[in-house]
Design a binder for this molecule. Sequence first.
Ligand code: ADP
Length: 368
Amino acid sequence: MFLPHSVKNRLILWAVLALAVTSAASAVVCLTYSSRVAKAAANAGTIATNQGLNFEILLPLIIPYILLLVAIIVLFSWRVNRCINPLIDLTRRCREITINNLSLRFSSTESCKEANALVTEYNTMLDRLESGVKRIRQFSGDASHELRTPLTILRGETEVGLRWAKTADEMRNILQSNMEEIERMGRIIEDLLTLAKSESGELPLSIREISLSDLLQELYLQGRTLAESKNIEVTLSHKVNEEILIRGDDLRLRQLFLNLISNAIRYTNVSGTVTIDVDRQDSEVIVEIGDNGIGIPHQHLPHIFERFYRTDEARNRTTGGTGLGLAIVKGITDAHNGTIQVTSTPNVGSTFSISLPVDGPEPKPSQK
Ligand code: ADP
């Protein structure tokens, strides 16, 4: 028999069937009753008149009719329950979900397409919530861990100073070292704030037309200064012969490219090279920052834009990075509607390629 899948149609079908069967049964009872009354009157040689109900004839008809009605009601309620129960069950199980058991999942049900669709959507929503909460927890753990390290150094050095430092010079050295840790903590907090804002979509961008050519020229000069102590050669090459203008946030784009250039210098050995290439393709600008440094092992590539992710925990921490640089780079790129890609080979080098729309990001509704 044709059975529609949707709850609504099934219920309508069952209601119509129940109504049809009861009406048909009522009609059969009425017709049989009146024909039997007429037959009984004919046998008695009288004319059937309206002299009240003949229970002798009615009872054998009404009992099966009542039984049939009860059967229809039972069957109808069973069908309705089959459609509604999964939803009631789902409502009950929803009450069990708290922030601490987000791994709970609902199982799908055979009988109801709508309930199944709801179960699938609920499970997908729980997947998203679970991974979001996991990320927040991981983030809080990582952030406390990162801040605890400089704090421990700070406390240790202060204790040493208070106990052992005798001369002003010794005290100055300790304060100098403390200052470095304080600066490091300040950098981490600043980076965390930038990331928190960029993830909640509240990174304030001051979008205007800027000359990317000028900006990269300035960063190239800064890069050369940074690279001097390691004797690293920094080059800048424009693949187009005209000034490149784009709409974007000057300060944030500066931060984006400087993070990549300083990483390239940091992870390149003495006497290496760092290249900055700029190209324009239709409505996109492509900036590539390359180096012939230590490279990134293949298994780390999918994770390097995650917060606090470092390919070599111990070494990178001592080189002064916060492990947040690339996460910020990604946040700024996303906020500009751009994309970022990385290719890297260990001991050969890495290239980060950023593509930005010349017209800048879509203005937010409030800015329109
Ligand atoms: P960090 O502050 O530790 O440099 P980042 O978020 O900037 O943190 O980078 C994350 C990790 O990616 C780094 O710890 C490093 O292992 C790796 N990395 C980033 N850029 C490069 C590069 N140019 N060459 C090699 N490894 C890199």
